[in-house]
Write a protein that binds this ligand. Sequence first.
Ligand SMILES: *[C@@H]1O[C@H](CO)[C@@H](O)[C@H](O)[C@H]1NC(C)=O
Ligand SMILES: *[C@@H]1O[C@H](CO)[C@@H](O)[C@H](O)[C@H]1NC(C)=O
Ligand SMILES: *[C@@H]1O[C@H](CO)[C@@H](O)[C@H](O)[C@H]1NC(C)=O
Ligand SMILES: *[C@@H]1O[C@H](CO)[C@@H](O)[C@H](O)[C@H]1NC(C)=O
Ligand SMILES: *[C@@H]1O[C@H](CO)[C@@H](O)[C@H](O)[C@H]1NC(C)=O
Length: 844
Amino acid sequence: MTLASIIAFMFAVSASLSSSAAAAFTPQDNYLINCGSIETTTVDNRDFKGDSSAPASAFLSAAGSSSVSVKNPNSYPGLSDLYRTARVFTSVSKYEFGVTKNGTHMVRLHFFAFNSQNHDMGNARFNVSVNGYPILSDFSVDRPKSGEIGALVKEFFMDVEGGKVVVEFTPLGRSGIAFAFVNAIEAISAPDDLIVSGAKLVGPSGIANYDGNGGLRSKFLETVHRINVGGEKITPFNDTLWRNWIPDEQFLVLKNAAKRVSRSAPLKYQAGGATREIAPDQVYSTAQEMNKDNVIDNVRFNITWDFPLSPGNARYFVRLHFCDIVSTAVGQLYFNAYISNYSAIMDLDLSSVTSNSLATPYYMDFVVDSNSANSIRVSVGPSKLSLPARVNAILNGIEIMKIMNDDGLASQVVSKKKLTWILLGAILGGFVFICFLVLAFLLMRKCMKKKKPKQKPAESAAWSPLTVRGSSYTKVSEGTTTASLAHNLGLKISFAEIQYATNSFDKKLIIGSGGFGMVFKGVLQDGTKVAVKRGVPGSRQGLPEFQTEITVLSKIRHRHLVSLIGYCEEQSEMILVYEFMEKGALKSHLYGTGTRPLSWKQRLDICIGSARGLHYLHTGSAQGIIHRDVKSTNILLDENHVAKVADFGLSRAGPCLDETHVSTGVKGSFGYLDPEYFKRQQLTDKSDVYSFGVVLFEVLCARPAIDPLLSREQVNLAEWAMLWQKRGMLEQIVDPFLKGKIKPDSLRKFGDTAAKCLADYGVDRPTMGDVLWNLEYALQLQETGMSREPHEDSSTNASQIPVPTLIPRAPSTNVRIDEYNTDQSSSDMSTSKVFSQLITSEGR
Ligand SMILES: *[C@@H]1O[C@H](CO)[C@@H](O)[C@H](O)[C@H]1NC(C)=O
Ligand SMILES: *[C@@H]1O[C@H](CO)[C@@H](O)[C@H](O)[C@H]1NC(C)=O
Ligand SMILES: *[C@@H]1O[C@H](CO)[C@@H](O)[C@H](O)[C@H]1NC(C)=O
Ligand SMILES: *[C@@H]1O[C@H](CO)[C@@H](O)[C@H](O)[C@H]1NC(C)=O
Ligand SMILES: *[C@@H]1O[C@H](CO)[C@@H](O)[C@H](O)[C@H]1NC(C)=O
C-alpha cells in the first residue's frame, strides 16, 4: 500500500464517519413501540420495543386490550416483524410517554389491517387523540391487497411543553363489538429548528407573516405529502428523521414541462440554509428544472404540480426545498414560485440567500388556505429578471402538512397588541394607497399626453357600436361564451372521449397539420362539433405553446376569440379541443382555393371582428395579452363568417404598468413580423398592430404576405402596398374581384388605417382600439350612399364565382391549405429558428 492510498483510505473513512455523524440525529425523547408483541423488533437500525412486556408495557393503560397477530403470515411474504402483531383496544385506552425535552415532537402511528384469529382489522373504527387533541376521527384502515406489505403510516407534529405525550384510542360503534388497533407507535422529539416561526401566509391579498396565534410551532400538523422532487423514493432507512419521501412525477400537471436534474458532488451546507435534518442529501441533490428541449427561444412557462387534499376547508403548511444544482455561476438563476396560483416567491436568486454559494440547501415555509379546493397547486417558473439564455426554474422537494388547529378563523380574533399593528398597518397601507393613486394619475397623464396628437374628436365614442347591425356586434368589453357550458367547467377531457369524438383519430377527419401535429374534426358525445389539435404523441415539441394556450384560453372568453373547449394530457398526449370553425381560415377565403370571394362588406366585418378580438386581448379583463402571431391563417370563420382569432400558442402577457415592453426572443411568422420587434426584441401590443396591418392589406389585395415568386419589389406585401399607398394609387393593387365595388372613401379610410398599422415605430402605430374604430368608419363610409352589392345577398348564382386574380399564385407547396394550421407551419418554425440563431449570435 502506497502512502497516497493510505491517505486516500483515511480520508474515505473520515468522510464516511463525518457524513454518518452528521446524519445521525439522536432524539432525546425516543419512544418506539412494537404494539401487541413481547419482543423487540429492529427496523432500520431502530429498536421497537414490544408493549406486551416490560419496560414498554408500562406506557400502556388499557382496560380492555389484547395482543393479536397475523393469522396467515404466509399470505404476506416479506412482511416486517413490526406489522405481524397489533394491539386491539375494545375500550378507551392510552399510551403515555414522558417528555424530557420541550418543543416539537413527532408522533407516527403505523396501521396494517391484517386478519387475526378473532379480528378483521379492516372492521375497526376509532378516534385517536394526542394530549386530548383529536388527530384521527372516525378512522378506519383499508385491508391490504394481496401481496401488499406496506403499512399506512400517519404522521403528526405537535408542540409539547412539559409533561407527556398521551396517545388515546377510542373505539367507535356498538360496545362489545367496537374496537381500535395499532401496529406500531413512534413518539420522538424533533430537532429544534424543524418547525420554526417565519412562515409566510400567501393568499389573495399578497404575502404576510403567518402568525396564527402562536406560530406554526404551536400547531398540530398532519403530514399530507412529502415529495423528493426529481428524485427517487426515500425510505426511513435513508432519511435523517426516518421519514418517507416519494417521487413527484404522478403530481406533475404537464409531465413534459419538467426535466430531472441531479448532482453527484457533495452539497455545500451553510449556516442560515437548510440542515440535513430539514431534508436529507438525496432531496437536495435532485430537482426538476424547466424542460427546454425543443424550445427554440426563451419561452417562459411554469412547472406545475397538483397535490390532492382531503375534502373541506383547511390551512396547510407548505415547505419548498431548493438547492441550485443547475447553475454554473452565481446570479444565473432567477425564478418565481406560486402556491395555489398566488405569488409566493418572486425573482428569487438562490445564491443571494445562500452567501453566494451554489449547491447550498435552502428551504422556505408558507401557509395557504385550501379554500375548499381539492388540491394545492405548486408552480415554479422563470422570473422576468432571468436572462434569455438562462430562463429556468427549479424545485428540489416539497412537504405539505395540514394545520389541524387553525382553520383560518382563529387568527381573526383580534388581541389588543394586534390591534396596534393593524392600525399601524392601516395607516401605512393608506399611505401606500395614496402613493399608488398619485403614481397612477401621473402615469395616466403621461399616456394621455402621448396619445393626444393622434386622437380624433370622435375617439371617445370608439367603444359604442357605431353601426346598426344589431346583435351581431356586441360591445368590445363583453366577453361571450360560445362553447358548451358543461365543458367550460372542467377543461380536462378524457382521452377516451377524444378517441370517441374523432373516431380514434380517423385520417379522414384530418382538417389541418402543423409543426405541432394534426388537427381533426370531431363531434363530442353531447353533439358539440370540435377541432381536435393533437401533438405528436410522445413528442415534447410545442409543449410551452401547449401550456400557454391552455393558460391563456382558459382565462378568456370572447365572441371574436376561438374558445378552448378542453384539453387532454393523458398517456403522454398533448391534445387541445376547440370550438369547430365551419368556414376555416380567412386566408383560404382570400386566395389559393376555389371558395367564393368575399364581398367588401364581408371582408370589413371580418376585419372588424378580428380587431375586436385583438383589442379584447390587449385591453380586456384578462389583461394585456400580446398574440404575437397575428396572420390570416390564425383568423378563423364560423358558419356565419364571424371572425375569431385563434392560436394563442405564442401569446404572452404584455408589459406591466411600469414597463413599456417585454423583452423576448423573436417569434412570429415571416411577412407579418414587426420590424421594430425583430430589431430590438421588445414586444409590445403594437407588434400585433403591425401584423394586423399586413392582414388588412392581405384582405384588400388577396395575395399572401410573402410571395417569393413575384418580382423583387412585390415579394413583401407590406412594402408593396405601402409603395402604392404612398403614391395614392392603392386601387391599382386591390383584389380585381373588388374593382369598382369599394367606395373610394371607404378604400381611402381602409388604406390609411392599414398603412398606419405598418408604421416603422410602434409609438406611431394606432392602438387596436383606434384600428377598430377606423374600420367601423370605413364600413359606414361604404354603406352610406353606396348601392347594394349583388354579392352581399345570400343567394348568388354561378356567374359570380371568382374571376382569378391577376396576381400570380404562389406554388402549392407555399400556400398550404391548412385551415386549422393554427400552429406555426414548419416554414414558420424554421423562420423563427433562423431568427433566434441570428439573435444569439448577435448577442455574443
Ligand atoms: C370522535 O371524534 C369526533 C370528531 O372529533 C367527535 O365528534 C366524536 O365525539 C368522537 N367520538 C368519541 C366517542 O369520542
Ligand atoms: C418545559 O416547559 C414547562 C412548561 O412551560 C416548564 O415548566 C419546564 O420547566 C420546561 N422544561 C424545560 C426543560 O425547559
Ligand atoms: C438508501 O439509499 C441508497 C442510495 O441511494 C440505496 O441504494 C438504498 O437502496 C437505500 N436503502 C433503502 C433501505 O431505501
Ligand atoms: C389555478 O389556476 C388554474 C388555471 O386558471 C385552475 O385550473 C386551478 O383550479 C387554480 N387552482 C387553485 C388552487 O386555485
Ligand atoms: C405561472 O403560474 C402563475 C400562477 O398560476 C401565473 O400567475 C403565471 O403567469 C405563470 N407564469 C407563466 C410564465 O406561465
